[in-house]
Design a protein around this ligand. Structure first.
Ligand code: GDP
Length: 279
């Protein structure tokens, strides 16, 4: 953990920019990694979301535990947010998200419509930690309407809006938030999911963390992947499990190589649909 650098200057700049942008938008869309609804959330977001209607997207839901995603959806609903889970990688149909954006902006649009406006523009911005899928979602929303609306007078210099096939327009640069990184466990969870650069941790440390987490919470998935039976899993210490698995995959004692391989499989969802922040 000692060598983690989050560049506080950049962090603050990003937050300030997002705050400035809040004045320009009607709805803030916070993109979270469905496997990490807490760890991928920036604690500062709470200060921002009070000011605007707020949608939480639990993205990468194809990789997350569906039961957990349901529980988290309820949790965020209770918090007063609009929520939806999404697999932006494989699902191109954004109808449900467009509907939710309209619902979130209803108060504003109704006011404008009462004043005679028809189909007023709804402006949204996305925010989230790196790699949570912001660009993918923006591309899905924009579809073929990749035309940029262009700088508008009175709008922060350099800000452009992307058109969609509806009256929704999207700020072209998503807000980048930083994960909270409150403790080592959060760091390991982010690393296990590939949400932070691998070189921050040794792969074998992350693999050991993942083995321990799977052993506790997703035993069946571990059993299958490890090519070991439940007794072996229960009897062996985590480092011994790692070595045993390394051998089972024909990598002799090269546990570093196996650790990297395991993390790749884990991140692709090949070990199972796993949520690391359990509700
Ligand atoms: P950004 O940094 O937040 O803009 O994230 P990107 O949109 O660049 O996505 C990061 C990576 O996650 C890319 O490789 C995407 O293809 C992938 N990705 C995005 N959304 C999903 C999803 O719902 N499921 C899966 N499995 N992968 C996704």
């Amino acid at each position: 953990m000692a060598n983690i650098q989050w560049y506080p200057g950049h962090m603050n700049k990003a937050k300030n920019q997002l705050e400035d942008n809040l004045d320009l938008i009607d709805v803030l869309i916070e993109v979270l990694d469905a496997r990490l609804p807490v760890s991928s959330r920036n604690p500062m977001i709470g200060q921002l979301t009070k000011k605007k209607p707020h949608i939480v997207i639990l993205n990468k839901s194809d990789l997350a535990d569906p039961i957990q995603t349901k529980l988290w959806t309820k949790y965020f609903q209770k918090e007063g947010s609009f929520v939806m889970s999404m697999d932006a990688q494989h699902n191109t149909n954004m109808t449900a998200l467009f509907k939710l954006i309209k619902l979130a902006a209803k108060e504003k649009t109704e006011k404008l419509e009462q004043k005679g406006a028809s189909n007023p523009v709804i402006r949204v911005a996305l925010a989230g930690i790196p790699n949570c899928g912001k660009s993918t979602i923006i591309n899905r929303l924009v579809g073929r309407n990749a035309a940029i609306v262009g700088d508008k007078p009175g709008v922060t210099k350099g800000q452009s809006w992307l058109k969609t096939k509806t009256n929704v327009q999207i700020l072209d640069t998503p807000g980048i938030l930083w994960p909270k990184f409150s403790d080592q466990t959060v760091g390991y969870k982010l690393a296990a999911c590939g949400a932070i650069k691998e070189d921050i941790f040794h792969a074998d440390d992350v693999a050991l963390f993942a083995i321990n987490f799977l052993k506790e919470n997703y035993t069946k998935d571990l059993e299958k992947f490890a090519r070991l039976n439940i007794d072996q899993i229960n009897d062996l210490s985590d480092p011994d499990l790692l070595l045993e698995m390394t051998q089972n995959y024909g990598m002799r004692d090269d546990y570093e190589r196996f650790s990297k391989f395991m993390l790749l499989r884990l991140r692709k969802g090949r070990i199972g649909r796993i949520t690391f922040d359990l509700r």
